[in-house]
Design a protein around this ligand. Structure first.
Ligand code: 1PZ
Length: 214
């Protein structure tokens, strides 16, 4: 019998990927005078985002659409990473071309991926509020808070309908190969690691006078 905490679960893989990414955001060495001004590399960001896909496998068919949407957005950023080194680079180009909010633009897709990462953080936060809180209720509250304000009526309606098909709490733990204890630890680690990354992305837009109301 293996100890679950020592096994590489899907959740721990995601969590570690985002912890590594968050480490890149920290000032390098204290004795280095010059700070890294280029910011986060797009390829590093993308490889962490790619790991999220495994979560979708636990959600069932109703979230196939969300999965395809998320993967398409990340894929666009992976393509962009062949030409652009950093997150700042894609924003600067879209600002110049006035295409920040244009459907399909890299900057818009980055904003969507950021909303996905924040949604996962919010779902985990809700999930850990109580041991008997259903995944459906946790996900519904998180979605209402984080993503619903930015989605069309049609998308919101489909998502709320899909919530009824989500697995139960116990089914989710089983599919994630986690226990109550290990899931709490991993979810908290993701919540902590993702926060500075989400804030970093928001700052990129705000610094360029782009409001985050979309
Ligand atoms: C384990 C927890 C399970 C909870 C599941 C909750 C899932 C909510 C799903 C939200 C689906 C949103 C689907 C469609 C969104 C589109 O309107 C936009 C269009 O962007 P545009 O092309 O106009 O710029 N697409 C997105 O926002 C892309 C990313 C959405 C997917 C985020 C999912 C996050 C991960 C959930 C947990 C695995």
């Amino acid at each position: 019998c293996t100890t679950p905490a020592r096994v590489n679960t899907p959740l721990s893989v995601i969590t570690e990927a985002f912890e590594d990414l968050a480490d890149l955001l920290k000032p390098q060495r204290s004795d280095e005078i010059e700070e890294d001004e280029d910011g986060l590399r797009l390829d590093d960001f993308c490889s962490a985002c790619t790991h999220v896909s495994v979560l979708f496998n636990c959600l069932g068919f109703a979230f196939k659409f969300a999965e395809m949407e998320y993967i398409a957005k990340v894929k666009d950023l992976v393509e962009a990473s062949k030409t652009f080194d950093t997150l700042q680079n894609i924003l600067d180009l879209d600002v110049e071309k006035e295409t920040v909010k244009t459907p399909g633009s890299h900057s818009r897709n980055l904003r969507r991926v950021r909303q996905g990462l924040d949604l996962i953080r919010a779902i985990f936060e809700q999930f850990l509020i109580a041991d008997d809180y259903s995944l459906k209720d946790a996900a519904t509250t998180a979605y209402t808070e984080v993503c619903a304000p930015f989605h069309t009526w049609a998308v919101r309606t489909a998502v709320y309908a899909g919530m009824y098909t989500l697995p139960t709490r116990d089914q989710l733990l089983l599919r994630l190969n986690e226990t109550d204890q290990s899931v709490e630890k991993n979810m908290r680690r993701y919540m902590e690691a993702s926060r500075p990354i989400i804030e970093y992305i928001d700052k990129l837009y705000i610094e360029r006078n782009i409001k985050l109301d979309w």
